[in-house]
Design a protein around this ligand. Structure first.
Ligand code: NAD
Ligand code: AHE
Ligand code: ZN
Length: 369
């Protein structure tokens, strides 16, 4: 079938809106008509060419919501007409990782997913007869996409897909990192570096966890108003200080924060976030994705003296098991998604959504197909 898609033909270039060919789903695969998608910083990162797993041409996109059109042989958990959210972190329930009880990092299709291929090593997308790669197992920037069954979670029909599509990445990642990775307790003091959707979702998670103080750090002070509305208590622009920002935070918190979260993808900030933590127990969670070749540094003494460095992917959330509960929390008013939606555009204007994100003017733009 034909599908309108925003294709990344080359790194560093805007996406091209073209009509691609999409093949029928094979066994254990599902054809989904995307209704909504949004752009995450990770899409921009891969498009920039900095992602070691970035392959071109590709259909990017991993935050979306849509409806099942058809299913391949052996698909049992979804049927045509079901509303679904694609999951870049799938959940097979059977691999060593899924069975470990220790991680959400399902390994069932990770190898081919990282190469932009479906599990059988081929693609379902082509343009002028040439294969187009998939991305993160989701490729939500095509009106019709093919994904593995294990990369889908079903949502009820009355749930607004134009909002819960944000559970496909940013909001789940930030909230999950607070509860699953850091396990923040009531009264904790926390610092959040970077106030995009991920950082703001961390702020929301910290409010839910009843953190006593939520210090937010961003170079763009325009971000502070929304962060305040969402529950942040202290606001720091590092460019206004002539000393390392970790020193500022350690001084203002009587020794450092209990938890810090890096939501930018900058290895220098990752160091600051770790060194902002309290001696003996402070934990720093890396969420931001740094470019290939970048490495983190600190004095090992920082760890010897009790600080802990952790990372979090998709907030440690097992999508098929746990997203339905988060969707329910949204429906019951316990999770705010509206605050993240700063812009709405037609899907053909997707490059404008990338521009708004990179200029720091948007948190999330909902693109409608
Ligand atoms: P975003 O671009 O919307 O937000 C980043 C924020 O960081 C902006 O507000 C920007 O002003 C701020 N910033 C940039 N440099 C800074 C600096 N030196 N000091 C302070 N603030 C600075 O991005 P996003 O969509 O919220 O994504 C954030 C990061 O999280 C990206 O690296 C993305 O790839 C990553 N991410 C990771 C996961 C995961 O599962 N680990 C999931 C989603 C996104
Ligand atoms: N290909 C990238 C990996 C980037 C990365 O770490 N991705 C996060 C999700 S970002 C979502 O916006 C993740 O889940 N990682 C775990 C995994 O298995 O990819 C690179 O830099 O190599
Ligand atoms: Zn993302």
């Amino acid at each position: 079938m034909k599908s309108r898609a925003a294709v990344a033909f080359k790194p560093g270039e805007p996406l091209s809106i073209v009509e691609i060919d999409v093949e029928e789903p094979k066994a254990k695969e599902v054809l989904v008509k995307m209704l909504y998608t949004s752009v995450c910083h990770t899409d921009a990162y891969t498009l920039s060419g900095d992602d070691p797993e970035g392959v071109f041409p590709a259909v990017l996109g991993h935050e979306g919501g849509g409806v099942v059109i058809s299913v391949g042989d052996g698909v049992t958990s979804v049927k045509p007409g079901d509303h679904v959210i694609p999951l870049y972190t799938p959940e097979c329930g059977e691999c060593k990782f899924c069975l470990s009880g220790k991680t959400n990092l399902c390994s069932a299709i990770r190898e081919t997913q990282g190469k932009g291929l479906m599990p059988d090593g081929t693609t379902r997308f082509s343009y002028n007869g040439e294969p187009i790669h998939h991305y993160m197992g989701t490729s939500t920037f095509s009106e019709y996409t093919v994904v593995s069954e294990i990369s889908l979670v079903k949502v009820e029909q009355d749930v607004p897909l134009d909002k819960v599509c944000l559970f496909g990445c940013g909001v789940t990642t930030g909230i999950g990192a607070v509860h699953n990775t850091a396990k923040v307790e009531a009264g904790a003091v926390a610092a959040v570096f970077g106030l995009g959707a991920i950082g703001l979702a961390v702020v929301q998670g910290l409010v839910q966890a009843k953190a006593s103080r939520i210090i937010v750090v961003d170079l763009n002070e325009d971000k502070f108003e929304l962060a305040k509305k969402m529950g942040a208590t202290d606001f720091i622009n590092p460019s206004k200080f002539d000393k390392p920002i970790q020193e500022v935070i350690v001084e203002m918190t009587d020794g450092g924060v209990d938890y810090s979260f890096e939501c930018i993808g900058n290895v220098e900030v990752m160091r600051s976030a770790l060194e902002s933590c309290h001696k003996g127990w402070g934990e720093s969670i890396i969420i931001g994705v740094a470019a290939g070749g970048k490495e983190i540094q600190t004095r090992p003494f920082q760890l010897v003296t009790g600080r802990v460095w952790k990372g979090s992917a998709f907030g440690g959330v097992k999508g098929r098991t746990e997203l339905p509960g988060m969707v329910e929390d949204f429906m019951n008013g316990k999770i705010d998604l509206d605050s993240f939606i700063t812009h709405q555009l037609d899907s053909k204007d997707i490059n404008e959504a990338f521009n708004l994100l990179s200029k720091g003017e948007s948190i999330r733009t909902i693109l409608t197909y």
